[in-house]
Ligand binder design. Structure first.
Ligand code: FMN
Length: 330
């Protein structure tokens, strides 16, 4: 049997297959169908300081080879997660990576500190790249959730921290200063150049980068002339984005010294192998869980078979092992 262990900074994982944020609940929902202890790690639904109800339905729309979602960060809030979910997760012997989001560096730092003290959270992933924040309640330290919120502008550019190197630096630094646990920065693939953003996260102390989140997209129904989602825009995921993710992982992995977790369109083991060859140290499975709760384990089993078939001693040998000799294209 090949050696499957990988390390993301000081976070040692028994294998490189993660369940990606927001597609695996808090893990507990999947515990009947999936032996959680087989996973390299599970990343929780992104948590905010206060609970959030999320966006109005419909929240999911099928697209060619993909899915557009506008869940809008529905979550129980950090406090309830620490009280109700984390103790139950501890019984499953799986590294838990808590995904968190705030728009304020101070609040993000407080959340990181709370997780630093929490027994059972192995690492923290900063969601710096959510394309689905239209309702900003529950995200700020002040006025969080209480009182009237300003109306959302009818036309707004979807903006994310991870579109800006300086904002990325500030957020990652704020979190890293308040925890000794590994901090992963989840970046948006939806930028012109990932290198300066990835390098900012690295300089600020991130142990690894997750590349990446969904791409911003829209789907309109000509019959109603409305969005097929409850909001105007959503995030595109699934096989439709895989080649885009493979390129971005390849590009980012050579821009930084820290490990990259490749996420985007993984359904089968061969998809995961593409990301590893492109330079990922580990990979995340997301949308595939909506059709198969065992998707991550299936991917893991396929990687194991590939390593054995090719007599490769360690999965780490695959990282960045792309043969870059170009074949003449048509
Ligand atoms: C329904 C849904 C909800 C998601 N929620 C989150 C989330 O809460 N936090 C986060 O960082 N990413 C979230 N994502 C993004 C995924 O973790 C992943 O980065 C993205 O979907 C690309 O991977 P995939 O093509 O394998 O799904 C969500 C994706 C989907 C489809």
């Amino acid at each position: 049997m090949a050696d499957l262990r990988v390390a993301l900074g000081t976070l040692a994982l028994r294998n490189p297959v993660l369940a990606a944020a927001g597609t695996f609940g808090y893990g507990l929902e999947f515990a009947r169908a999936v032996r959680l202890a087989r996973l390299g790690a599970l990343v929780t639904k992104t948590l905010t300081r206060h609970p959030r109800a999320g966006h109005p339905p419909p929240r999911l729309v099928e697209t060619p080879s993909g899915m557009l979602n506008a869940v809008g960060l529905q979550n129980v809030g950090l406090e309830a997660f620490l009280r109700d979910k984390l103790p139950a997760l501890r019984r499953h012997d799986v590294p838990v990576i808590a995904s968190i989001l705030s728009e304020s560096p101070d609040e993000l730092a407080e959340m990181a500190q709370a997780l630093d003290r929490a027994d059972g959270a192995s690492a923290i992933e900063l969601n710096l790249s959510c394309p689905n924040i239209h309702d900003r309640s529950g995200l700020r330290a002040q006025g969080s959730g209480q009182g009237p919120q300003p109306p959302a502008p009818s036309l707004q550019r979807v903006s994310m921290v991870a579109q800006d190197p300086e904002a990325t630096f500030r957020m990652v630094q704020a979190a890293c200063q308040r925890t000794r646990k590994p901090v992963l920065a989840k970046l948006s693939p939806d930028v012109t150049d990932l290198a300066p953003i990835a390098q900012a996260a690295e300089r600020a102390g991130a142990s690894a980068l997750t590349v990446g989140n969904t791409f911003v997209g829209m789907s309109l129904d000509p019959a109603t002339r409305r969005s097929r989602l409850g909001t105007l825009t959503g995030g595109l995921s699934g096989p439709a984005i895989r080649p885009l993710a493979v390129y971005r992982v390849w590009y980012t992995a050579r821009s930084v010294g820290i490990p990259v977790i490749g996420v985007g369109g993984v359904v089968r083991a061969s998809d995961a192998l593409e990301l590893l060859l492109a330079g990922a140290a580990a990979i995340g499975v997301g949308t595939a869980h909506f059709s198969d709760p065992r998707a991550a384990l299936r991917v893991l089993e396929g990687i194991e078979r590939y390593l054995d078939r090719h007599r490769i001693g360690s999965v780490r040998e695959l990282r960045g092992a792309i043969n870059e000799t170009e074949t003449a294209g048509g």
